[in-house]
Structures are given as C-alpha cells and as structure tokens.
Design a protein around this ligand. Structure first.
Ligand SMILES: NC(=O)c1ccc[n+]([C@@H]2O[C@H](COP(=O)([O-])OP(=O)(O)OC[C@H]3O[C@@H](n4cnc5c(N)ncnc54)[C@H](O)[C@@H]3O)[C@@H](O)[C@H]2O)c1
Length: 310
C-alpha cells in the first residue's frame, strides 16, 4: 500500500510540497484548499508531470476532507503569508482560525496521522494544532528549524565555497527574529565554523539567517518564500515515512527540556515512524540559554493570546 500525505493549503508552499513529494515518490498526495478549483487544477497539473519526470503517485485536489481519509501525514500550509513590513506574529489571529479549522477537519478523517505544521507564526500555530487535535505531542511537529538551518548552511557554503552537504548547523528557538543559530556547534566536515570564518563575518551570516525570510519577502513583495520551506517540510515527512530517524531541528512541545514547559519551541529531534522519537538536550552556555529563553518568551506571548481565544 502506498503512503498518503494530505497537504492543506494549495498555495505556494502547499503546491511545492506536493511537487517535492511526487518527485521523491514518497506518497500519494491530496491537496486541500478553500478556493474552489485551485487544488483540483494544481493536482491535475502535477499528476500530468508524472509521465515526464517518471513518478508514479496519485495527486488529487479537493475543497473538503473526505478524500484525505487515512492519511499518514498531514502537512498544514493553509493561511496567509507575510507581506513586506509584516512580522510573522502579525499573522496570528487570522491564521489561528485557519489552522484550527484545518486541524479539526484533518484529524476527523485521519485520526492516526502525524501533523507537520508550516503556517506562521509557526510555533504558535504548531501549539494550536496540538491543542485542537488532542494528539500526543510526538505526532504534532512544527517546521522551522530545517529551513532556518538550511539558510544558515547555504550562506556558510557560499562564503567558504564548499559543498552545502558538508555544512552542519544547529539553530534553536522560535521561528522568528529571536531564533538562536548556535555557531559554536556548527561545522564544515567537523571543522568548527569559528576556525574557518572570522567573527565579524560570522555575525553577519547569523544576522542574515535570522532575517532570511524577510529578505525574500522584500524581493517578492506579494508573498513569502516557498521553495526551501516546502522542501524542508518534505524532508521531515520523508524521515517519518521511511523511519529514517534523521536528527532535525523541529518545533516540538517541551515539558521541562531546556527549562521550558508547556510550549512549542525549536530543538533538535529524532524523526521516525512514531513522529518525534527523541528530543536532544544540548549543553548550552549561559548566554545561549538566555537567548533561547528570550526566544521562547516571545512564543509564550503569542500562545497566551491563542489560549484566551480557545
Ligand atoms: N514555517 C515556515 O518556515 C514557513 C515558511 C514559509 C511560509 N510559511 C507560512 O506558510 C503559510 C502559507 O504560505 P504560502 O506562501 O503557501 O501562502 P499562499 O497564500 O500562497 O497559500 C496559502 C493557501 O492557503 C489557503 N487557505 C486559506 N485558508 C484556508 C483554509 N481554511 N483551509 C484550506 N486552505 C486555506 C489559501 O486559499 C491559499 O491557497 C503562511 O502562513 C506562511 O507564512 C511558513
């Protein structure tokens, strides 16, 4: 039996998730969107790319959730993206309603699924899906860290003219300006970054990573990034479906880890068939811990607003 992934939201991120999933022949895909015709049209278009690119997966689109039944994974990308000058947090209330509805519907038809949330503000939306679905915490995961580290890795590789595959990076915290790229634990084929790039250059690369999303929003003007975000969500889905047990930075529900309780925050996780199979607690310096707590406090403020709406 083929695996099945529902992608809620057939916009830029959603449609590209479907494309990467098909390209990897990971699973059949159902695209769901509120706009009539869009998921159906994009689904059909992607299906017709199959003979050219040589993939055998079924891709369909719908405006309701009946055909999503028994999905293994549900990727939620539905909602509004940022426009220039907006922060991710500005999307809170509008996207809260969208993610709440999407989660209710998706879990009704796929009660055993694993949910990957992409919609912003990411950490608060992951927490929304967790609260609404009532799923165990292992089965509701936010996508942010894979994208943030990918940006960091791409900039480092560009700087040093080395393969992106050699660059490993660690980013903790919320998906916002307060994210915490851990330079100390990042390396190129095991060589510490601090031995390769001088401090002021590294600082500039960290700042560019923190503002990586805004840089693209500024160029696009009418929306936000979608190729790398969709690729990142699909890397997580692949690790789960193939039980690869990749260690990836994910937005996970913390219950005491890093001194944070009852909040979704970005931390290194092992992703396998059960979802989040382990959260790794890194030994942080006092400065890094303070930065992580600052970041989690920013998430907490948004979550308080959501809780007051529930
Ligand atoms: N976590 C991350 O790192 C990350 C990265 C990029 C984008 N995002 C977020 O992902 C979301 C989607 O971005 P995008 O560029 O694809 O936007 P988009 O506008 O291209 O697509 C969003 C789609 O959601 C649909 N939608 C709205 N309400 C819906 C509902 N109730 N049910 C189903 N579909 C609904 C819209 O019709 C639209 O097609 C945004 O919130 C964006 O901020 C997050």
């Amino acid at each position: 039996m083929r695996k099945k992934i529902t992608v809620v939201g057939a916009g830029n991120v959603g449609a590209n998730c479907a494309m990467w999933i098909a390209g990897k022949e990971l699973a059949d895909v159902v695209l769901v969107d509120v706009v009539e015709g869009v998921p159906q049209g994009k689904g059909l278009d992607l299906l017709q790319a199959g003979p050219v690119n040589g993939y055998d997966v079924m891709i369909s689109g719908a405006n309701d959730y009946a055909t999503t039944a028994d999905s293994d994974i549900v990727i939620i990308t539905a909602g509004f993206p940022r426009k220039p000058g907006m922060s991710r947090d500005d999307l809170l209330l509008a996207n809260y309603e969208v993610v709440k509805t999407a989660t209710e519907q998706a879990v009704k038809y796929s009660p055993e699924s694993i949910i990957i949330v992409v919609t912003n503000p990411l950490d608060a939306m992951a927490q929304t899906a967790f609260m609404v679905s009532k799923f165990p915490k292992q089965r509701v995961i936010g996508m942010a860290g894979v994208l943030d580290t990918a940006r960091f890795r791409a900039f480092i590789a560009q700087e040093l003219q080395v393969s992106v595959e050699n660059v490993t990076a660690v980013v903790l915290g919320g998906h916002g300006d307060t994210m915490v790229p851990l330079v100390r634990l990042s390396s190129v084929a095991g060589i510490p970054l601090t031995d390769l790039i001088e401090e002021s250059r590294l600082k500039a690369i960290v700042e560019r990573t923190q503002n990586g999303g805004a840089e693209i929003v500024k160029y696009l003007k009418t929306g936000s990034a979608y190729y790398a975000p969709s690729a990142a969500a699909v890397e997580m889905a692949e690790s789960i479906l193939k039980d690869k047990k990749k260690v990836l930075p994910c937005c996970a529900y913390l219950e005491g880890e890093y001194g944070i309780n009852g909040l979704y925050v970005g931390v290194p996780c092992k992703l396998g068939a059960a979802g989040i199979e382990k959260i790794y607690e890194l030994k942080l310096t006092a400065e890094e811990t303070a930065a992580l707590h600052k970041s989690s406090n920013a998430v907490k403020e948004l979550v308080e607003v959501i809780k007051s709406k529930m």
